[in-house]
Design a protein around this ligand. Structure first.
Ligand SMILES: Cc1cc2nc3c(=O)[nH]c(=O)nc-3n(C[C@H](O)[C@H](O)[C@H](O)COP(=O)(O)O)c2cc1C
Length: 187
């Protein structure tokens, strides 16, 4: 990459032992140089309320600021009932408002879904893409990252145990690095 890029990672699960959080934590070791990841935490966000647009609660303003400061965004999400967890949708809504002042606009992005199930959160991954399209986030198309069998994927320290998954995520992040390079706004 010609210059270092800040990537805000948004984890779509609040669970302490979340597989998605483990995946998010495993990314830096597998990424090309120049992609710097930071988790933009969504745990303390209140529920979005349009009445607060002019004066948002401090945690909402701070989250939106983090997204604004990032060069790119990477969603690592669980699937709930074939869609994204409400906590993730809430975070997306918060940083999207007021209308016309979205923090997401034009930032290159990508999606990884992780599930113990066999189809790797496909439903969440694609439901999420519907919102990202509206938010004008150019989303990496290939490779797609549906990571199934998560119950058996991580070791005691949270590292990825399976070599083929590690190789796939490495390939995915290399493509994402190129995508960010191509689509990030000039600094
Ligand atoms: C409310 C709820 C709905 C769920 N729905 C799905 C689903 O549609 N598809 C799926 O693969 N897993 C589903 N699961 C199981 C999650 O994939 C599993 O709890 C997973 O560990 C969540 O991700 P995390 O480990 O990052 O928290 C659901 C879990 C919950 C709590």
């Amino acid at each position: 990459m010609s210059q270092a890029r800040r990537v805000a990672v948004i984890v779509g699960s609040l669970r302490k032992e979340s597989f998605n959080r483990k995946m998010a934590m495993a990314l830096p070791a597998l990424a090309p140089p120049g992609l710097n990841f930071e988790i933009a935490e969504i745990r303390d966000l209140p529920l979005y309320n349009q009445d607060d647009d002019a004066n948002p609660p401090a945690p909402s303003a701070a989250f939106k600021q983090k997204i604004q400061e990032a060069d790119a965004v990477l969603f690592v999400t669980a699937e709930y009932n074939r869609s994204v967890p409400g906590v993730l949708k809430n975070a997306i809504d918060i940083a999207s408002r007021p209308y016309g002042k979205s923090a997401w606009d034009g930032k290159p992005g990508a999606v990884i879904s992780v599930s113990p199930g066999a189809i790797g959160g496909f439903g969440a991954n694609h439901h999420l893409r519907q919102s990202l399209t509206f938010l004008n986030i150019p989303v990496l198309q290939q490779p797609e990252a549906y990571i199934g069998g998560a119950g058996d994927l991580f070791d005691d320290k949270g590292g990825i145990k399976k070599e083929d998954t590690k190789a796939f995520i490495t390939k995915f992040l290399a493509a994402f690095g190129q995508w960010v390079e191509k689509n990030a706004k000039a600094k």
